[in-house]
Design a protein around this ligand. Structure first.
Ligand code: BTN
Length: 241
């Protein structure tokens, strides 16, 4: 099957769609390939975390040739495409982007993106979307939600199709427009946030992102570039708002 120029390979069960995509990249066959699985036995999240792969949700990885130095473009385009896809189903949905690449629905995390570098020039964009159920809130770092819980009814197949159409368009946006659209939809610009990185945490004002999609945090009299970490909005921690 081909959607928006992407060849789709569907599996019943995989360990992780990103792992399978990485193997295709090693073999040099993968330009514009999408690996999708109904189930993952060991889905991976950002920062070494697990991604719970609950029945009826969507798990896929897009494999494409993309220069590593433009990683920021891929980060912004993949998250913005998710946000726009949700709005296709419900134009009035309360959706926002959370740095680096989460999508919030009614203020809670509805999807996750894990971007990894494959062999050669290949990049892998692994995406999980809570279509019908979200993991149990207990023990989660952030509030979580599913599309269904918010009244948005779709299937993994339908959502994937709309997503790929969006992604094919948004990846072609100019860097200036892409950043502008990302910022327009971001949660917390101008607000105080906390960034946690391994064992350190910093508090400051979220002033924006640069062209590499690094977060700009104003602390005292300087602006720092943050390349990785978890963002917490004021008053929100360990799944509570
Ligand atoms: C996050 O931590 O928010 C990122 C989660 C990414 C999960 C997706 S599910 C499909 C793909 N395969 C994986 O093992 N991870 C990504």
């Amino acid at each position: 099957m081909n959607i928006a120029g992407f060849n789709i390979l569907s599996f019943k069960e995989l360990v992780s769609t990103n792992d399978t995509a990485l193997k295709y990249a090693q073999n040099g066959i993968g330009q514009r390939l999408v690996i999708v699985a109904q189930r993952q036995t060991a889905g991976r999240g950002r920062r070494g975390r697990k991604w719970q792969s609950l029945d009826g949700n969507l798990f896929f990885s897009v494999l494409l040739e993309f220069p590593l130095q433009n990683l920021g473009h891929l980060v912004m385009a993949s998250a913005l495409s998710l946000l726009k896809t949700i709005k296709i189903f419900t134009p009035t949905a309360d959706v926002q982007l959370k740095w680096p690449n989460d999508v919030l629905l009614n203020g809670a995390k509805v999807s996750g993106i894990l971007i990894e570098k494959g062999a050669g020039e290949y990049m892998i964009v692994g995406i999980g979307v809570n279509i019908v159920q979200a993991p149990d809130q207990i023990g989660m770092l952030y509030p979580v939600i599913s599309l269904r819980k918010a009244g948005i009814v779709t299937t993994p197949e339908q959502f994937l199709q709309k997503y790929l159409e969006q992604f094919a368009k948004n990846i072609l946006l100019s860097p200036v427009i892409l950043r502008q659209e990302w910022l327009q939809n971001a949660k917390g610009i101008g607000q105080i946030i906390k960034i946690k990185q391994n064992n350190t945490e910093q508090t400051g004002i979220f002033v924006g992102i640069d062209e590499n999609a690094d977060l700009l945090l104003q602390t005292k009299d300087k602006i720092q570039k943050i390349m990785a970490g978890d963002v917490f909005y004021l008053g929100e921690e360990n799944g509570r708002i």
